[in-house]
Design a protein around this ligand. Sequence first.
Ligand code: SER
Length: 313
Amino acid sequence: MEKILIIGACGQIGVELSLALRQAFGTSNVIASDIRPPHPLLGEGPFMNLNATDATALNEVIGREQISQVYLLAAVLSATGEQNPMRAWDINMKSLLQLLEICVHQKVKKLYWPSSIAVFGPTTPHSDTPQQTIVEPGTVYGISKYAGELWCQYFHQRYGLDVRSLRYPGLISWKGDPGGGTTDYAVEIYHDALKQGRYTCFLKENTYLPMMYMEDAIRATLELMEAPAEKLSTRMSYNLSALSFSPKEIADSIRKHIPGFEISYAPDFRQQIAEGWPQSIDDRLARHDWGWKPRFDLDAMTADMLQHLREKG
Ligand code: SER
């Protein structure tokens, strides 16, 4: 039987991944943890206050609860990271490196750690970015993710740790709130469209970025974690693709439901981050190795987002 620990369970991915894992493995077998108080959607299931950088506490919990799978989701994202680069590096790297060691010593069966399109940088080919290509990230977040990927691969090769990872594109969701990313505009825009009928975007209208609806991202994560180990041909992180759109195109999609919706543009420092990232991703390796296939296109996502946000009120 699996016993799962999620670190950073109250974040944008954490809330939905916790719910999905509880559905798959049983609520009592999935311990959600975060430095913050429990998210209301996590309900009555097991929850613990944990700091992702507190190795002593993590080691103790993983041993005591006989944890077999760990999901480390706590991180400082791209835009927040640029405000205090050393803090972002410290939190992102310390949490991962300590946990890699703990997982080896405690014989944890599987570790999941997310990477990001932010590993790529201005010198990377921007269109259909390959799995292996020029990687010179321009943000501290991207540097920490790429270094982390290399450490995951190292722990797999050196100690046999079954660590798995995905390079998520920008994630769009209505349950948990996004936390300080450059792609967050694609979530804010739906909230503001419903509340105010207008949105001021911090990226320029023709800035294309790879994106994905959260339902697809959660399914990808579960599918990767369930895939037979021998199918996985990389222990770096898998490129993962679903959508590629610009602020103008998401606004057009929203207008099909809210005809009077208006968008204006006031690009800030996040424009430069976005311009350093790919516009679209080649994820053939994920499709080949473990059968990845996205389900949501832009209009299907818009319809689902607006319906759920309306119901939520
Ligand atoms: N969504 C993230 C960010 O914008 C990318 O991984 O920082």
